[in-house]
Design a protein around this ligand. Structure first.
Ligand code: NDP
Ligand code: GDR
Length: 343
């Protein structure tokens, strides 16, 4: 049977990796992108020049998950066999600044897709991009599919709604709708304001004297970081499983932001040392120049202090495991940044 996928959020980090994966698997891929005044498709533009990918299988459409009509009309016109809902205002800190929009896109957006799917064709499979942010102030470690949620941001709360509405539609209409509960995943294509990309990009620039300082927020929160390339494979596997279920996808290892910074600096051959405490904690290079400072504006009103997942269910049922660890992830991100800076 011909496989036709719609990806809402195609212009984002995961949309770009998932598009490539599905195209290589022979799917027709229909990406939905928002209209913007400046170009926002840089992550997927090179799909058109990749000789390994058949161009006539990749289509872009304008749409927005806050616009029911566009969601309904696109599903009606494209007649997909699978829908991946990756569309979201995905920045946790920004969700405190624009909580209503975040809820509209990240919670009601999911409802709009599910409702259209149910009205149009109940055989379409649906993937919802859930997040470890739903665990928030964690009630147990490591977190698995049965761990209760305790979200700590408008973003996390909206994702909890999407998680449960996906389950509710699955149970009410007997559709194939699954949640991925994905822990942080990064890559060279990560947005510039997420902490890993911000750190790697800044330290590479500092090394080549193109930037003087990096400003960050809370460096003591811990995250379970994986590679986006591995995680989009998990999304696809979740929809190929014999029945709809929810899966935690993670590496099972956690590091603080400070440890991440130290690892990047070490790989770049730029030893740093830290001095001070709290907002006065700073990092210095070997010539005692201050290159990293903490700024209050990057702290969040409520923080998720620690996240560490347990992917046993995905390993057992999907035969999924992460192919990358923190080292290969950082190597990949550094190599991309250096190529960009030095070209
Ligand atoms: P990005 O922020 O890189 O991409 C989000 C995508 O959603 C972009 O294509 C963006 O478009 C699009 N989008 C935003 N608002 C709307 C809207 N109203 N209508 C249509 N599209 C919209 O996120 P990631 O690729 O990192 O993540 C993909 C999904 O997975 C998101 O839902 C995120 O919340 C979730 N997630 C991500 C994790 C991670 O660590 N990366 C972990 C767990 C979950 P534009 O380019 O125009 O902004
Ligand atoms: P997160 O990722 O909030 O976990 O959400 P982010 O990289 O933004 O923050 C991770 C941790 O780093 C701390 N931090 C900073 N964060 C940013 N962005 N910028 C800084 O300067 C900075 N300094 C310290 C944060 O406080 C936080 O503790 C990501 C997103 O992709 C979500 O969409 C996704 O659901 C979750 O991962 C899983």
């Amino acid at each position: 049977m011909r496989k036709i996928a719609i990806i809402f959020g195609v212009t984002g980090q995961d949309g770009a990796y998932l598009s490539r994966l599905l195209l290589k698997k022979g799917y027709s891929v229909h990406g939905v992108k928002r209209r913007a005044s400046s170009l926002n498709s840089y992550r997927i533009d090179d799909i058109y020049s990749d000789p390994l990918i058949k161009k006539n299988n990749f289509f872009l459409h304008y749409g927005d998950v806050t616009d029911s009509l566009s969601v309904f009309n696109l599903i009606k016109k494209i007649k997909p066999t699978e829908i991946y809902n990756l569309a979201a205002q995905s920045h946790v800190a920004v969700s405190f600044e624009i909580p209503e929009y975040t809820t509209n896109a990240d919670a009601l957006g999911t409802l709009r897709i599910l409702e259209s799917l149910v009205k149009l064709d109940q055989k379409i499979k649906f993937y919802q991009a859930g997040s470890s942010e739903m665990f928030g102030k964690v009630v147990e470690t490591p977190q698995n599919e049965k761990t209760p949620f305790y979200p700590r941001s408008p973003y996390g709360v909206a994702k909890v709604y999407s998680h449960w509405i996906t389950i509710n539609y699955r149970e009410s209409y007997n559709i194939f709708a699954s949640n991925g509960i994905l822990f942080n995943h990064e890559s060279p294509l990560r947005g510039d304001t997420f902490v890993t990309k911000k750190v790697v990009k800044a330290l590479c620039k500092i090394k080549y004297k193109k930037q003087k300082k990096l400003f960050v927020g809370n460096i003591y929160s811990k995250r379970d970081w994986g590679h986006a390339k591995d995680y989009v494979t998990a999304m696809w596997k979740i929809l190929q499983y014999k029945k709809p279920e929810d899966f935690v996808i993670c590496t099972g290892k956690q590091y603080t932001i400070k440890q991440f910074i130290n690892m990047v600096a070490k790989k770049l051959g730029m030893p740093i040392f830290w001095k001070g405490k709290g907002l006065n904690e700073k990092a210095y290079d070997k010539n005692k120049n201050c290159i990293i400072e903490c700024k209050k504006k990057y702290f969040r009103p409520a923080e998720v202090d620690t996240l560490k997942g347990d992917y046993s269910k995905a390993r057992r049922l999907l035969k999924w495991k992460p192919e990358n660890d923190i080292n290969s992830l950082i190597d990949d991100m550094i190599s991309y940044e250096l190529d960009t800076i030095l070209k």
